[in-house]
Design a protein around this ligand. Structure first.
Ligand code: AHR
Length: 510
């Protein structure tokens, strides 16, 4: 196309709702995510409520975190919930064989997790144990969590100090059952998933979305097997999951979080786009068996996975987080918004101190740092529960080709919120813009069609280099700032985006 780069948005054509749960999170008993991250214990000098770190909660509340998945991950399939209730000093210990082979003292268990979720104002997504747990154990956990009367498990919960049942809207039927969750074949897992899901009961008025453990990356046969068992979208589960991580090397050498070449910059961004391709292809299989879209697709593990920071425990998966991670997140969200009809939940791995975290805490000083990825979640928060808008990016140049895939150097998505539905004054829209170029700024015309725009506010997130990141010494090296280059144009707005940047433009609509 000739002319300037354009992002065309049809403001008057609202599409599917972008579930707020697409902005969900994941916290596993892994490295310093739970212990030392969320949970510092009651004796800590770090300000806490019942051992839960107050500043971590405050930071995540500001993101409007909609749900938190726990206790794993691979840990979920060796976790026995009864070990994590009752007086802490009497709780049995176990070995966390997946993550660092450390001894787990079970001091953070069901009550601590549900307290955390309440403090966050989020919803609970609990992953049950299929790999090494029994059907009865899973069934009783659900009864313990959600039953109101004087049933045996409700009574046990009361004896541990919690009278009212909790709300647990999401329950996972195992995790990665093709791998760490039991090395099962698809046909064997399907049988187990049907059986375990049956005994995850809806107690009283409480309703659970059961999430069957889905495919890894491009294992379309796994999705096919699950969906074949759900003709017309009718199965004992209501959702199936998918996992896909972004890395630039093989498993043995995934690449450094902070030291990477320009080639690795573009490779990471190209691989981030692969997630959307995978979502579309798994969703296509689901469409064949469930055209009414009864069953949701849940990407309950996604994000960057780099080599651990030098000098840290290889089993703890602790990594830094740069502008590159922020743009990987931004590209994922654009794809999520485009597939919001079928994709209804996603959980970034893993919130605090592990993989693509929102928050990093210093083990020595306790200092807390917000990562560049955190800021993308914050800047995009108004997409939660808004209606997706069709958005077209028209570029004057042909896309680059990276890793066998076309890589356009601009990405965008948009949504609209109506005053009526969202209890706000008037209607508004949010446009997200990513300039993938490592070194070139971009002049962009926002071609805004169908509604009159009466006000705008824009923010930008970038850093001095593609590898810029935040540390306790420089906590705002990568932080949102006002984007001052926006000017009015007869077709909407015109603006300049710096290289390697993410921006949001909030519009007030007449
Ligand atoms: O997020 C880290 C691990 O990645 C999870 O425990 C597992 O489900 C996946 O392989």
């Amino acid at each position: 196309a000739d002319g300037p780069a354009r992002v065309v948005v049809d403001l008057d054509l609202p599409g599917p709702t972008i579930s707020r749960h697409l902005y969900g999170h994941f916290a596993e008993h892994l490295g310093r995510c739970i212990y030392g991250g969320f949970f510092v214990g009651e004796d800590s000098e770090i300000p806490h409520v019942g051992g839960i770190r107050a500043d971590v909660v405050e930071a995540l509340r500001a993101l409007r975190i909609p749900n938190l998945r726990w206790p794993g991950g691979c840990f979920a399939d060796e976790y026995h919930w009864r070990d994590g209730i009752g007086p802490r000093e009497q709780r049995p210990r176990m070995v966390n064989s997946h993550w660092g082979d450390v001894v787990e003292d079970n001091s953070f268990g069901t009550h601590e997790f549900m307290d955390l979720v309440e403090m966050l104002g989020a919803e609970a997504y609990i992953s049950g144990n299929v790999g090494s747990g029994t059907v009865a154990e899973m069934s009783e956990w659900v009864e313990y969590l959600t039953r109101a009367d004087d049933s045996p498990m409700a009574a046990l919960r009361r004896s541990n100090g919690r009278d009212e049942p909790w709300r647990v809207p999401f329950f996972g039927i195992g995790n990665e059952s093709w791998g760490c969750g039991g090395n099962l074949r698809a046909e064997d897992y399907v049988g187990l998933a049907r059986r375990y899901s049956t005994f995850v009961r809806d107690h009283g008025e409480h309703r659970i979305t059961r999430i069957a453990a889905g495919a890894n990356v491009d294992d379309f046969a796994w999705t096919e097997a699950l969906m074949r068992s759900a003709p017309d979208g009718r199965a004992p589960w209501q959702a199936i999951s998918l996992h896909n991580y972004t890395m630039t090397g093989p498993w043995e050498a995934k690449g450094s979080a902070t030291e990477f070449s320009e080639r690795e910059w573009y490779l990471a961004l190209s691989r981030a786009l692969r997630t959307e391709e995978l979502v579309a292809r798994h969703a296509h299989i689901m469409d064949q068996h469930d055209p009414a879209q009864r069953i949701a697709l849940v990407l309950d593990e996604w994000g960057t996975w780099w080599d651990v920071e030098p000098g840290t425990d290889p089993g703890f998966l602790h990594q830094q987080n740069t502008v590159r991670d922020a743009l990987v997140a931004a590209l994922h969200f654009d794809g999520f918004h485009r597939h919001a009809d079928r994709l209804r939940m996603a959980n970034i791995a893993q919130t605090v101190n592990v993989l693509q975290a929102m928050v990093l805490t210093d083990p020595a000083t306790g200092a807390l740092v917000l990562t560049p990825s955190y800021h993308v979640f914050a800047m995009n928060a108004d997409h939660q529960d808004a209606s997706a808008l069709a958005t077209h990016v028209v570029l004057p140049e042909a896309p680059a080709e990276v890793d066998g895939r076309a890589l356009p150097l601009m990405s965008a998505s948009a949504s609209v919120r109506t005053g009526e539905r969202h209890e706000q004054a008037g209607d508004s829209a949010l446009i997200s813009l990513t300039n993938l170029s490592a070194d070139t700024p971009r002049t962009l015309l926002l071609d805004l069609r169908g509604r009159r725009v009466v006000g705008h506010r824009a923010e930008v997130l970038t850093g001095e280099s593609t590898a810029a990141h935040n540390t306790p010494e420089h906590p705002r090296a990568v932080a949102p700032a006002a984007l001052t280059t926006v000017r009015e144009h007869e077709r909407g707005l015109e603006l300049e985006l710096p290289p390697h940047s993410f921006a949001t433009v909030a519009l007030q609509l007449a």
